[in-house]
Design a protein around this ligand. Structure first.
Ligand SMILES: [Zn+2]
Length: 436
Protein backbone atom coordinates (compact mmCIF):
# COMPACT_ATOMS: atom_id res chain seq x y z
CA UNK A 1 0.00 0.00 0.00
CA UNK A 2 1.28 3.43 -0.87
CA UNK A 3 -0.83 5.09 1.83
CA UNK A 4 -4.53 5.16 2.48
CA UNK A 5 -6.67 7.54 0.45
CA UNK A 6 -7.45 10.63 2.48
CA UNK A 7 -9.53 13.72 1.85
CA UNK A 8 -12.51 15.12 3.68
CA UNK A 9 -16.12 15.20 2.65
CA UNK A 10 -16.76 18.16 0.38
CA UNK A 11 -19.18 20.92 1.51
CA UNK A 12 -21.25 20.75 -1.69
CA UNK A 13 -22.44 17.20 -1.19
CA UNK A 14 -26.00 16.20 -0.38
CA UNK A 15 -26.62 14.38 2.93
CA UNK A 16 -27.14 11.12 1.00
CA UNK A 17 -23.81 11.54 -0.80
CA UNK A 18 -22.14 12.32 2.49
CA UNK A 19 -23.61 9.21 4.05
CA UNK A 20 -22.54 7.05 1.09
CA UNK A 21 -19.05 8.50 1.24
CA UNK A 22 -18.81 7.95 4.98
CA UNK A 23 -19.90 4.33 4.70
CA UNK A 24 -17.56 3.84 1.76
CA UNK A 25 -14.58 5.29 3.59
CA UNK A 26 -15.37 3.18 6.65
CA UNK A 27 -15.38 0.01 4.53
CA UNK A 28 -12.20 1.11 2.81
CA UNK A 29 -10.47 1.82 6.11
CA UNK A 30 -11.48 -1.60 7.41
CA UNK A 31 -10.27 -3.20 4.19
CA UNK A 32 -6.96 -1.33 4.39
CA UNK A 33 -6.52 -2.09 8.07
CA UNK A 34 -3.72 -4.09 9.57
CA UNK A 35 -4.11 -7.84 9.47
CA UNK A 36 -5.14 -9.09 12.87
CA UNK A 37 -3.42 -12.06 14.48
CA UNK A 38 -5.58 -12.45 17.59
CA UNK A 39 -5.30 -15.96 18.96
CA UNK A 40 -2.63 -17.02 16.46
CA UNK A 41 0.12 -19.01 18.13
CA UNK A 42 3.70 -19.98 17.47
CA UNK A 43 4.19 -23.67 18.19
CA UNK A 44 7.56 -25.32 18.64
CA UNK A 45 8.18 -28.93 17.73
CA UNK A 46 11.36 -30.78 18.54
CA UNK A 47 11.46 -33.48 15.91
CA UNK A 48 13.16 -36.65 17.08
CA UNK A 49 14.18 -37.95 13.67
CA UNK A 50 13.99 -37.49 9.91
CA UNK A 51 10.58 -39.14 9.75
CA UNK A 52 9.12 -36.57 12.16
CA UNK A 53 10.76 -33.78 10.18
CA UNK A 54 9.12 -34.97 7.00
CA UNK A 55 5.74 -35.12 8.78
CA UNK A 56 6.27 -31.46 9.59
CA UNK A 57 7.24 -30.67 6.00
CA UNK A 58 4.00 -32.34 4.89
CA UNK A 59 2.09 -29.76 6.92
CA UNK A 60 3.08 -27.04 4.46
CA UNK A 61 1.47 -29.05 1.67
CA UNK A 62 -1.61 -29.91 3.73
CA UNK A 63 -2.17 -26.36 4.95
CA UNK A 64 -0.69 -24.04 2.33
CA UNK A 65 -0.63 -20.44 3.50
CA UNK A 66 -1.94 -21.57 6.87
CA UNK A 67 1.12 -22.88 8.63
CA UNK A 68 3.86 -20.27 8.45
CA UNK A 69 7.23 -21.74 9.38
CA UNK A 70 9.33 -19.29 11.39
CA UNK A 71 12.06 -21.88 11.78
CA UNK A 72 11.55 -24.48 9.09
CA UNK A 73 12.10 -28.20 9.47
CA UNK A 74 15.89 -28.54 9.22
CA UNK A 75 17.48 -31.29 11.26
CA UNK A 76 16.49 -33.16 14.41
CA UNK A 77 18.77 -31.07 16.65
CA UNK A 78 17.06 -27.81 15.66
CA UNK A 79 13.59 -26.76 16.81
CA UNK A 80 10.81 -26.12 14.31
CA UNK A 81 8.71 -23.02 15.00
CA UNK A 82 5.49 -22.36 13.16
CA UNK A 83 2.81 -19.73 13.31
CA UNK A 84 -0.65 -21.25 13.19
CA UNK A 85 -3.73 -19.06 12.70
CA UNK A 86 -6.36 -19.31 15.42
CA UNK A 87 -8.81 -20.93 12.98
CA UNK A 88 -6.37 -23.77 12.24
CA UNK A 89 -5.04 -24.39 15.74
CA UNK A 90 -7.37 -27.26 16.57
CA UNK A 91 -6.62 -29.11 13.32
CA UNK A 92 -2.88 -28.59 13.46
CA UNK A 93 -2.62 -29.59 17.12
CA UNK A 94 -4.66 -32.71 16.31
CA UNK A 95 -2.31 -33.52 13.42
CA UNK A 96 0.72 -33.15 15.68
CA UNK A 97 -0.89 -35.24 18.40
CA UNK A 98 -1.94 -38.04 16.06
CA UNK A 99 1.62 -38.36 14.75
CA UNK A 100 3.23 -38.31 18.15
CA UNK A 101 4.88 -34.93 17.58
CA UNK A 102 5.25 -33.18 20.93
CA UNK A 103 4.93 -29.41 20.82
CA UNK A 104 5.12 -26.44 23.13
CA UNK A 105 3.53 -23.02 22.74
CA UNK A 106 6.24 -20.39 22.20
CA UNK A 107 3.88 -17.44 21.68
CA UNK A 108 0.37 -17.76 23.05
CA UNK A 109 -1.20 -14.85 21.21
CA UNK A 110 0.74 -13.08 18.48
CA UNK A 111 -1.55 -10.06 18.51
CA UNK A 112 -0.57 -9.24 22.10
CA UNK A 113 3.07 -8.85 21.02
CA UNK A 114 2.03 -6.86 17.94
CA UNK A 115 -0.02 -4.46 20.06
CA UNK A 116 2.91 -3.95 22.42
CA UNK A 117 5.23 -3.32 19.50
CA UNK A 118 2.89 -0.74 17.94
CA UNK A 119 2.44 1.01 21.25
CA UNK A 120 6.21 1.19 21.82
CA UNK A 121 6.67 2.65 18.32
CA UNK A 122 4.00 5.28 18.86
CA UNK A 123 5.49 6.29 22.20
CA UNK A 124 8.97 6.54 20.74
CA UNK A 125 7.69 8.52 17.75
CA UNK A 126 6.14 11.12 20.08
CA UNK A 127 9.42 11.42 21.97
CA UNK A 128 11.45 11.68 18.76
CA UNK A 129 9.19 14.49 17.51
CA UNK A 130 9.32 16.43 20.74
CA UNK A 131 13.11 16.18 20.98
CA UNK A 132 13.86 16.22 17.20
CA UNK A 133 16.08 13.21 17.64
CA UNK A 134 16.25 9.70 16.21
CA UNK A 135 16.00 6.77 18.60
CA UNK A 136 18.34 3.92 17.72
CA UNK A 137 16.51 1.80 20.27
CA UNK A 138 13.20 1.84 18.34
CA UNK A 139 11.74 0.30 15.24
CA UNK A 140 10.90 2.64 12.37
CA UNK A 141 8.82 2.77 9.22
CA UNK A 142 10.30 2.95 5.72
CA UNK A 143 9.63 6.71 5.50
CA UNK A 144 11.34 7.26 8.85
CA UNK A 145 14.37 5.20 7.81
CA UNK A 146 14.65 6.93 4.43
CA UNK A 147 14.50 10.33 6.07
CA UNK A 148 17.07 9.22 8.68
CA UNK A 149 19.34 8.16 5.79
CA UNK A 150 19.08 11.61 4.20
CA UNK A 151 19.88 13.39 7.47
CA UNK A 152 22.70 10.98 8.24
CA UNK A 153 24.30 11.48 4.84
CA UNK A 154 23.97 15.26 5.17
CA UNK A 155 25.59 15.25 8.63
CA UNK A 156 28.48 13.00 7.63
CA UNK A 157 28.97 13.99 4.02
CA UNK A 158 32.76 13.77 4.43
CA UNK A 159 32.57 10.01 4.74
CA UNK A 160 29.06 8.84 3.76
CA UNK A 161 27.10 9.16 0.55
CA UNK A 162 23.87 7.69 -0.76
CA UNK A 163 23.65 5.77 -4.03
CA UNK A 164 20.39 4.83 -5.69
CA UNK A 165 21.01 1.40 -7.22
CA UNK A 166 17.54 0.71 -8.62
CA UNK A 167 13.82 0.61 -8.03
CA UNK A 168 11.62 -1.98 -6.38
CA UNK A 169 8.67 -3.69 -8.06
CA UNK A 170 6.35 -0.99 -6.66
CA UNK A 171 8.83 1.65 -7.82
CA UNK A 172 10.37 2.63 -4.50
CA UNK A 173 14.01 3.74 -4.52
CA UNK A 174 16.58 1.15 -3.55
CA UNK A 175 19.41 2.96 -1.79
CA UNK A 176 22.86 2.03 -0.57
CA UNK A 177 25.06 3.91 1.88
CA UNK A 178 28.68 4.25 0.83
CA UNK A 179 31.31 4.79 3.51
CA UNK A 180 34.52 5.96 1.93
CA UNK A 181 37.55 8.09 2.70
CA UNK A 182 38.52 8.39 -0.97
CA UNK A 183 39.87 6.64 -4.03
CA UNK A 184 37.87 5.14 -6.90
CA UNK A 185 36.71 1.48 -6.82
CA UNK A 186 38.62 0.63 -3.69
CA UNK A 187 38.34 -2.89 -2.32
CA UNK A 188 35.05 -3.01 -0.51
CA UNK A 189 32.76 -4.78 1.93
CA UNK A 190 29.03 -5.19 1.27
CA UNK A 191 26.45 -5.53 4.05
CA UNK A 192 22.71 -5.95 3.48
CA UNK A 193 19.85 -6.14 5.96
CA UNK A 194 16.14 -6.69 5.63
CA UNK A 195 15.96 -8.81 2.46
CA UNK A 196 13.17 -10.59 4.39
CA UNK A 197 10.92 -7.74 5.41
CA UNK A 198 9.55 -9.13 8.68
CA UNK A 199 13.05 -9.44 10.16
CA UNK A 200 12.88 -5.96 11.71
CA UNK A 201 15.82 -6.45 14.04
CA UNK A 202 18.07 -6.57 10.96
CA UNK A 203 17.14 -3.10 9.66
CA UNK A 204 17.49 -1.68 13.18
CA UNK A 205 20.90 -3.32 13.55
CA UNK A 206 21.93 -1.92 10.16
CA UNK A 207 20.99 1.62 11.19
CA UNK A 208 22.90 1.37 14.47
CA UNK A 209 25.89 -0.11 12.62
CA UNK A 210 25.96 2.75 10.10
CA UNK A 211 26.08 5.23 12.97
CA UNK A 212 28.77 3.16 14.69
CA UNK A 213 30.96 3.23 11.59
CA UNK A 214 31.01 7.05 11.49
CA UNK A 215 31.57 7.41 15.23
CA UNK A 216 34.36 4.83 15.37
CA UNK A 217 36.28 6.20 12.39
CA UNK A 218 39.34 7.94 13.80
CA UNK A 219 38.86 6.24 17.19
CA UNK A 220 38.81 2.50 16.65
CA UNK A 221 42.11 1.39 15.13
CA UNK A 222 40.72 -1.53 13.14
CA UNK A 223 37.86 0.42 11.61
CA UNK A 224 40.08 3.40 10.88
CA UNK A 225 42.66 1.22 9.10
CA UNK A 226 39.86 -0.44 7.20
CA UNK A 227 38.25 2.76 5.99
CA UNK A 228 41.63 4.19 5.05
CA UNK A 229 42.07 1.31 2.62
CA UNK A 230 38.61 0.02 1.78
CA UNK A 231 35.00 1.14 1.33
CA UNK A 232 31.89 -0.21 3.02
CA UNK A 233 28.52 -0.42 1.28
CA UNK A 234 25.35 -0.93 3.29
CA UNK A 235 21.88 -1.62 1.96
CA UNK A 236 19.62 -1.22 4.97
CA UNK A 237 16.21 -1.77 3.37
CA UNK A 238 16.87 -4.50 0.82
CA UNK A 239 13.17 -5.24 0.33
CA UNK A 240 11.45 -1.84 0.56
CA UNK A 241 8.02 -2.94 -0.73
CA UNK A 242 7.84 -5.86 1.66
CA UNK A 243 9.01 -3.64 4.51
CA UNK A 244 6.40 -0.95 3.81
CA UNK A 245 3.80 -3.73 3.75
CA UNK A 246 4.91 -5.05 7.17
CA UNK A 247 3.97 -1.63 8.54
CA UNK A 248 0.78 -0.97 6.57
CA UNK A 249 -0.87 -4.38 6.39
CA UNK A 250 0.90 -7.54 7.44
CA UNK A 251 3.67 -7.40 10.04
CA UNK A 252 4.72 -10.94 9.16
CA UNK A 253 5.31 -10.48 5.41
CA UNK A 254 8.58 -12.04 4.21
CA UNK A 255 8.71 -11.84 0.38
CA UNK A 256 8.76 -8.88 -1.98
CA UNK A 257 5.49 -7.61 -3.52
CA UNK A 258 5.79 -8.57 -7.16
CA UNK A 259 2.74 -9.74 -9.05
CA UNK A 260 2.41 -11.57 -12.36
CA UNK A 261 -0.57 -11.97 -14.69
CA UNK A 262 -2.51 -15.12 -13.98
CA UNK A 263 -0.78 -15.76 -10.65
CA UNK A 264 -2.94 -15.28 -7.60
CA UNK A 265 -0.30 -15.26 -4.86
CA UNK A 266 1.96 -12.26 -4.35
CA UNK A 267 5.69 -12.03 -3.87
CA UNK A 268 8.96 -13.84 -4.43
CA UNK A 269 11.39 -14.94 -1.73
CA UNK A 270 14.32 -12.66 -2.58
CA UNK A 271 16.68 -15.07 -0.89
CA UNK A 272 15.83 -17.82 -3.39
CA UNK A 273 15.92 -15.67 -6.55
CA UNK A 274 19.71 -15.60 -7.14
CA UNK A 275 21.30 -17.36 -10.08
CA UNK A 276 23.54 -19.64 -8.07
CA UNK A 277 21.80 -23.00 -7.77
CA UNK A 278 18.49 -21.39 -8.79
CA UNK A 279 15.60 -23.83 -8.61
CA UNK A 280 17.47 -26.43 -6.57
CA UNK A 281 16.52 -28.04 -3.28
CA UNK A 282 15.25 -25.78 -0.53
CA UNK A 283 13.41 -23.43 -2.86
CA UNK A 284 9.85 -23.67 -4.07
CA UNK A 285 8.18 -23.28 -7.46
CA UNK A 286 4.75 -22.67 -5.93
CA UNK A 287 4.03 -18.90 -6.01
CA UNK A 288 2.03 -19.27 -2.80
CA UNK A 289 4.99 -20.65 -0.86
CA UNK A 290 7.00 -18.42 1.48
CA UNK A 291 10.13 -19.70 -0.29
CA UNK A 292 8.86 -19.16 -3.85
CA UNK A 293 11.94 -18.64 -6.00
CA UNK A 294 10.30 -16.61 -8.79
CA UNK A 295 9.98 -17.46 -12.48
CA UNK A 296 13.67 -17.07 -13.34
CA UNK A 297 17.00 -16.09 -11.75
CA UNK A 298 17.16 -12.39 -10.87
CA UNK A 299 13.59 -11.90 -12.07
CA UNK A 300 13.08 -9.53 -9.12
CA UNK A 301 14.30 -5.94 -9.45
CA UNK A 302 15.50 -5.91 -5.83
CA UNK A 303 17.92 -8.78 -6.58
CA UNK A 304 18.87 -7.56 -10.07
CA UNK A 305 19.85 -4.15 -8.63
CA UNK A 306 22.39 -5.74 -6.28
CA UNK A 307 23.73 -8.09 -8.95
CA UNK A 308 24.27 -5.17 -11.32
CA UNK A 309 25.86 -3.01 -8.66
CA UNK A 310 28.24 -5.63 -7.27
CA UNK A 311 29.18 -6.92 -10.72
CA UNK A 312 29.92 -3.51 -12.14
CA UNK A 313 31.83 -2.49 -9.01
CA UNK A 314 34.05 -5.55 -9.45
CA UNK A 315 36.06 -5.13 -6.27
CA UNK A 316 33.80 -6.37 -3.45
CA UNK A 317 35.86 -8.67 -1.22
CA UNK A 318 33.40 -9.54 1.54
CA UNK A 319 29.61 -9.81 1.53
CA UNK A 320 27.52 -10.11 4.67
CA UNK A 321 23.79 -10.70 4.38
CA UNK A 322 21.88 -10.27 7.63
CA UNK A 323 18.73 -12.17 8.61
CA UNK A 324 16.89 -13.16 11.78
CA UNK A 325 16.23 -15.25 13.81
CA UNK A 326 18.11 -18.29 15.28
CA UNK A 327 21.52 -16.91 16.37
CA UNK A 328 23.70 -18.37 13.66
CA UNK A 329 26.68 -17.28 11.58
CA UNK A 330 27.10 -19.19 8.36
CA UNK A 331 28.95 -19.33 5.04
CA UNK A 332 28.40 -21.07 1.67
CA UNK A 333 27.18 -23.29 0.38
CA UNK A 334 23.49 -23.31 1.00
CA UNK A 335 22.68 -25.33 -2.09
CA UNK A 336 24.71 -28.43 -1.19
CA UNK A 337 26.92 -29.84 1.58
CA UNK A 338 29.92 -29.64 -0.77
CA UNK A 339 32.66 -27.72 1.08
CA UNK A 340 33.91 -24.49 -0.50
CA UNK A 341 37.66 -24.27 -1.32
CA UNK A 342 38.42 -21.97 1.65
CA UNK A 343 36.03 -23.75 4.02
CA UNK A 344 38.65 -24.01 6.80
CA UNK A 345 39.38 -20.29 6.67
CA UNK A 346 35.66 -19.43 6.75
CA UNK A 347 35.03 -21.84 9.61
CA UNK A 348 37.87 -20.38 11.69
CA UNK A 349 36.73 -16.85 10.95
CA UNK A 350 33.11 -17.64 11.85
CA UNK A 351 34.33 -19.18 15.08
CA UNK A 352 36.37 -16.07 15.98
CA UNK A 353 33.48 -13.77 15.05
CA UNK A 354 31.01 -15.79 17.14
CA UNK A 355 33.44 -15.69 20.06
CA UNK A 356 33.81 -11.89 19.78
CA UNK A 357 30.02 -11.61 19.68
CA UNK A 358 29.64 -13.89 22.72
CA UNK A 359 32.00 -11.77 24.80
CA UNK A 360 29.70 -8.72 24.56
CA UNK A 361 26.51 -10.02 26.20
CA UNK A 362 27.04 -13.77 26.54
CA UNK A 363 24.85 -14.66 23.57
CA UNK A 364 25.78 -17.91 21.84
CA UNK A 365 25.72 -18.35 18.08
CA UNK A 366 26.19 -21.60 16.24
CA UNK A 367 28.29 -21.49 13.08
CA UNK A 368 29.27 -23.52 10.05
CA UNK A 369 28.20 -23.84 6.43
CA UNK A 370 24.54 -23.07 5.67
CA UNK A 371 23.65 -26.51 4.34
CA UNK A 372 25.22 -28.36 7.26
CA UNK A 373 24.23 -25.91 10.03
CA UNK A 374 20.71 -24.96 8.95
CA UNK A 375 19.32 -26.63 5.86
CA UNK A 376 19.80 -26.84 2.11
CA UNK A 377 18.66 -23.59 0.48
CA UNK A 378 19.18 -22.78 -3.19
CA UNK A 379 19.36 -19.50 -5.07
CA UNK A 380 20.57 -17.56 -2.04
CA UNK A 381 22.58 -14.34 -1.80
CA UNK A 382 25.79 -15.69 -0.29
CA UNK A 383 26.10 -18.63 -2.71
CA UNK A 384 25.82 -16.16 -5.57
CA UNK A 385 28.43 -13.90 -3.97
CA UNK A 386 30.83 -16.78 -3.44
CA UNK A 387 30.39 -18.08 -7.00
CA UNK A 388 31.13 -14.57 -8.22
CA UNK A 389 34.51 -14.46 -6.55
CA UNK A 390 33.64 -12.98 -3.14
CA UNK A 391 35.66 -15.30 -0.92
CA UNK A 392 34.41 -13.90 2.37
CA UNK A 393 30.66 -14.41 2.18
CA UNK A 394 28.65 -14.74 5.37
CA UNK A 395 25.09 -14.72 6.52
CA UNK A 396 23.84 -13.97 10.03
CA UNK A 397 20.66 -15.04 11.75
CA UNK A 398 20.39 -12.52 14.59
CA UNK A 399 18.55 -12.83 17.94
CA UNK A 400 16.69 -14.54 19.37
CA UNK A 401 16.22 -18.32 19.34
CA UNK A 402 12.42 -18.20 19.37
CA UNK A 403 11.06 -16.62 22.56
CA UNK A 404 9.93 -13.65 20.43
CA UNK A 405 11.16 -14.71 17.01
CA UNK A 406 10.48 -11.97 14.45
CA UNK A 407 8.78 -9.89 17.14
CA UNK A 408 11.93 -9.18 19.12
CA UNK A 409 11.20 -6.31 21.53
CA UNK A 410 12.85 -2.99 20.70
CA UNK A 411 14.65 -3.13 24.06
CA UNK A 412 16.93 -5.76 22.45
CA UNK A 413 17.93 -3.64 19.43
CA UNK A 414 20.98 -2.03 20.96
CA UNK A 415 22.38 -5.14 22.67
CA UNK A 416 21.86 -7.09 19.44
CA UNK A 417 23.58 -4.41 17.37
CA UNK A 418 26.46 -4.09 19.86
CA UNK A 419 27.31 -7.77 19.80
CA UNK A 420 26.80 -8.06 16.02
CA UNK A 421 29.22 -5.20 15.55
CA UNK A 422 32.05 -7.16 17.17
CA UNK A 423 31.41 -10.08 14.83
CA UNK A 424 31.23 -7.79 11.80
CA UNK A 425 34.43 -6.07 12.86
CA UNK A 426 36.18 -9.45 13.12
CA UNK A 427 35.16 -10.36 9.57
CA UNK A 428 36.08 -6.91 8.23
CA UNK A 429 39.49 -6.99 9.90
CA UNK A 430 40.25 -10.41 8.40
CA UNK A 431 39.20 -9.15 4.98
CA UNK A 432 41.47 -6.12 5.31
CA UNK A 433 44.44 -8.25 6.37
CA UNK A 434 43.95 -11.00 3.77
CA UNK A 435 43.83 -9.23 0.43
CA UNK A 436 43.22 -11.32 -2.65
ZN1 LIG B 1 15.60 -14.16 6.48
Amino acid sequence: MQGAPGGGVGPGLSPVDRWTLLVFSFILAAALGQMNFTGDQVLRVLAKNEKQLSLLRDLEGLKPQKVDFWRGPARPSLPVDMRVPFSELKDVKAYLGSHGLAYSVMIKDIQVLLDEEREAMAKSRRLERSTSSFSYASYHTLEEIYSWIDNFVAEHSDIVSKIRIGHSFENRSIVVLKFSTGGPQRRAIWIDTGIHSREWITHATGIWTAKKIVTEYGKDRTLTDLLNAMDIFMEIVTNPDGFAFTHSMNRLWRKNKSTRPGIFCIGVDLNRNWKSGFGGNGSNNNPCSETYRGPSPQSEPEVAAIVDFITSHGNIKALISIHSYSQMLMYPYGRSPEPVPNQKELYDLAKDAAQALYEVHGIRYIYGSISTTLYVASGITVDWAYDNGIKFSFTFELRDTGRYGFLLPASQIIPTAQETWLALRTIMEHTLNHPY
